[in-house]
Design a protein around this ligand. Structure first.
Ligand SMILES: [Zn+2]
Length: 85
């Protein structure tokens, strides 16, 4: 016999994509994501879950834009000298 509440929770888990990021997880990785963008790498490909969340969450996207602007302001070299190959 199953508790209806548990059934509901199981349903929620089943309908939520397991690889979907929450805002907290997104923000945790946001600085790394922004650094990847500034390094000229494909951040969306390297961190698709963060990109996915930014596409859906306006709050985190705003946070990302602000972070990117701040990093750009402090990064004077557009291309790092020690580019890993
Ligand atoms: Zn978010």
């Amino acid at each position: 016999m199953q508790d209806p509440l548990i059934k509901q929770m199981v349903h929620m888990v089943a309908t939520t994509r397991p690889d979907e990021l929450g805002c907290d997880e997104c923000l945790e990785q946001l600085d790394h994501f922004a650094e990847t963008v500034l390094a000229g790498k494909n951040a969306a490909e390297a961190m698709p879950l963060v990109q996915d969340h930014l596409d859906r969450c306006g709050d985190c996207r705003e946070e990302f834009e602000a972070l990117l602007a701040a990093l750009r302001a402090t990064t004077y070299s557009p291309r790092p000298d020690s580019y890993p190959t």
